[in-house]
Design a protein around this ligand. Sequence first.
Ligand code: PRP
Ligand code: URA
Length: 212
Amino acid sequence: MAEELKVHLIDHPLIQHKLTLMRRKETGTKDFRELLEEIAMLMTYEIARDFPLEDVEIETPVAKCHGKKLSGKKIGVVPILRAGLGMLNGVVNMIPAARVGHIGLYRDPETLKPVEYYCKLPNDVAERTLLVVDPMLATGGSAAAALDLLKQHGAKNIILMCLVSAPEGIRVVNKEHPDVPLYVAAIDERLNDKGYIVPGLGDAGDRIFGTV
Ligand code: PRP
Ligand code: URA
């Protein structure tokens, strides 16, 4: 029987078009950064479809009427440094009141295991829905470590949003954090022997920040 990956694929035509531009090796830092921010905005818009609403009575200049407003838990956004920073503005453009936490992790190039170097979170993470953002879900080690850390700090409602994923990383998140809904814009073929996503888009952090 075919294996079932638990993942929401957000494959809106605009997102697919912009992602193809990002993948091209000729695409420079400025365009890469802008496209990532735009896609993060579009993905947030799609994810917010499931956000709960409540009725509210308002008065327009003409008459009283019923409207809707977002209800439920307040939102926090948590980019995984560095590359997750490239998605932050896109999310905050859609959810301007969101609090922002930061988790610093880098992947050891030899072991491919995540190494934590920074963590600063809003003090009420237990009362918020946290949207964790990172463009790349490769082995899944960094995402799983970030989710562990957030849960250690009391987080209960977490959503993970990644741009490009590999089946290996999806499996790790599904297994270690079955309670965390995962949204991605692409599921690529596999990882190569250096743990890079194939075809992927290369090193996201380096392409966002113009480092090598
Ligand atoms: C990249 C990416 C993820 C991680 C994914 O970060 O942004 O955080 O790798 O790989 P994994 O799923 O195998 O853990 P990187 O470690 O290159 O750090 P950077 O964002 O600072 O460039
Ligand atoms: N991190 C990246 O930036 N790219 C990959 O393909 C894998 C991990």
